[in-house]
Design a protein around this ligand. Structure first.
Ligand SMILES: [Fe+2]
Length: 550
């Protein structure tokens, strides 16, 4: 069975292709359109079809739209209600609903040959839930007690949360929380109050929280609380009473960091109560998570530590991008397909050596082909160079996981500032380490290991903090990516070669992009990025392009 999944409504338009139960391709539209998030994250720009991503998904599998058995759309307009009836102030919502209603016709226009009657609407939170529970690497469990799932985001059709269990490909929903109560919208409101872009910059708030004390926790506990039957209440919050509203780019004060810390802490407490409620009901062993809130890696670690579940797995594309994949998996499972768990996040575009070399020649760049690109990169990093690393297929979801990455030496504290400068980021934001999986336990504790998708935070062992200062956040934590030599042999070889030279099995890894741009996806993006940023070496496929010395 061939299913094309589409996310086109709230944020991060994307497409995914599931063939015979396996995910063969998934990509966000921003990587093609070069517009971050596919469109500005504002409601009146929501009608962005992932047309390029969808066309690429089909082409990569040699399929035509007429070959598809189903097209899934991760929003079910039949469940929607007028925004004011749900207590939301959202004057553009009726446009969104009109757009969703017409989606089959729009898709048939973008993908000629597609039959509008093949389009199936999947409820938004069911799509999120499936993206976690049906993609998680617990295949055996699908037949034995199932996998629990918690979805938390800003909003779906009329809810902001779903607590359920997937068993044998079927979802049982235990509880949903209706709007206007929403932990995602609460966090988005704070993001905006702190002068950042809502539905986009929430991770900046999480980073800022590490600089503060949860001084306003009592007030937050009054306003945000769980209900006895597994849901929650979020009352209106007078943000100005705690810290004044910031304009974009305005300097923040201790009050703002304390407010961020308070909301972050309250979010962790509420998530923990929701997870414990679910486990109390199901007795489950594995919890899976999706929805934008599940990108909060600090909260994820609290859940992994204290929820009572043996294991917590988070969909790497936990934001709305992942709903294209989830909606397709859900419909495939309903049709009785045996699903193959997700093997990695490298589901986007890849390029052959011939294609890459052709582009290097076209750009008239001087390049070399070393015996082993991993050794060449390790050597450059050991000499404190910054490396743009372009290898294999691009990542699905917001994290660079060793396919489109910017790498640096973790032993030099100033490399944090250097990378934040390259990327045009605020200096309070941390960069993350990638580490050989079998060495992670010596250096990092608290969060789960392995952690291949950078979705949890870990404590850095005290005697390691001075050895890898560039990747240690102000609170002594790091958001690690563990690298398994079987799954990522090239990255593992580079890390091993770096350790041989420096004694450190750790390299700084941040996404390959510059200020405000989506992650690099194709070789042309990589060359543009290399040409416009102070990067010393571009490792693209087996080729090395060096910055000419003046
Ligand atoms: Fe969502």
């Amino acid at each position: 069975m061939k299913v094309l999944g589409i996310n086109a409504l709230f944020h991060d338009p994307s497409a995914a292709l599931v063939v015979d139960g396996g995910t063969v391709a998934a990509a966000e539209e921003e990587r093609f359109s070069r517009r971050k998030h596919g469109h500005r994250p504002v409601p009146f720009a929501a009608w962005e079809l992932p047309e390029q991503a969808a066309r690429w998904c089909l082409a990569s599998a040699g399929l035509e739209p007429t070959d598809l058995d189903a097209v899934t759309y991760s929003y079910d307009v039949r469940l929607a209600r007028p925004a004011d009836e749900m207590g939301l102030h959202d004057p553009w919502d009726h446009l969104r609903q009109t757009y969703a209603r017409q989606a089959p016709e729009f898709l048939a226009t973008a993908l000629p040959g597609l039959d509008p009657a093949d389009v199936t609407f999947v409820p938004h939170h069911v799509a999120h839930a499936a993206s976690a529970a049906l993609a998680a690497p617990y295949d055996a469990l699908l037949d034995a007690g199932g996998v629990d799932v918690l979805v938390l985001d800003g909003r779906g059709e009329c809810a902001s949360h779903l607590a359920g269990t997937y068993e044998r490909g079927r979802l049982t929903t235990h509880r949903t929380q209706e709007l206007p109560h929403s932990l995602g919208l609460l966090y988005e409101d704070l993001t905006e109050h702190l002068g950042f872009l809502r539905s986009s910059d929430e991770y900046k708030v999480m980073a800022m929280a590490s600089y503060g004390e949860p001084r306003f926790l009592t007030e937050l506990r009054r306003r945000v609380r769980t209900s006895p039957e597994g849901g929650f209440v979020t009352e209106r919050i007078d943000w100005d009473a705690m810290a004044k509203r910031l304009a974009p780019g305005e300097q923040w004060s201790q009050d703002h960091a304390d407010l961020a810390a308070s909301v972050q802490r309250r979010l962790e407490e509420v998530l923990l109560e929701l997870a414990r409620w679910l486990r109390g009901r199901t007795g489950g062993r594995v919890l899976t998570l999706a929805g934008g809130v599940a990108l909060n890696c600090v909260a994820n670690t609290v859940l992994a530590e204290h929820s009572g579940y043996d294991e917590v797995w988070v969909q790497p594309a936990a934001g709305d991008a992942g709903t294209s994949l989830g909606s397709a998996l859900h419909v495939a499972a309903q049709a009785g397909e045996r699903l193959v768990p997700m093997r990695g996040a490298d589901l986007g575009r890849g390029w052959t050596e011939v294609e890459i070399e052709e582009r290097l020649r076209t750009a008239r760049l001087r390049y070399e082909r070393p015996d082993d690109i991993a050794e060449t990169v390790a050597e450059c990093l050991a000499e404190d160079g910054v490396v743009a690393w372009f290898q294999g297929r691009s990542e699905f979801g917001p994290r660079a996981l060793g396919h489109r990455s910017l790498l640096a030496h973790p032993g030099r504290r100033e490399n944090l500032e250097r990378l934040n400068d390259v990327k045009g980021r605020e200096q309070f934001r941390p960069v993350a380490p990638m580490v050989l999986a079998d060495r992670a336990g010596d250096i990092f504790s608290r969060g789960p290991v392995p952690s291949p998708y950078m979705l949890f935070v870990h404590d850095v062992a005290p005697h390691w903090r001075d050895r890898i200062p560039a990747v240690v956040h102000v609170d002594g934590t790091a958001r690690i990516q563990t690298v398994d030599a079987d799954q990522e042999p090239l990255v593992a070889r580079m890390l091993t070669a770096f350790e041989r030279r420096t004694g450190l099995p750790v390299v700084v890894n941040t996404s390959l992009n510059t200020a405000g741009r989506p992650m690099v996806d194709d070789p042309r993006d990589a060359l543009e990025c290399f040409g416009s940023a102070p990067v010393d070496l571009l490792a693209i496929g087996p080729f090395a392009v060096r910055r000419p010395t003046a």
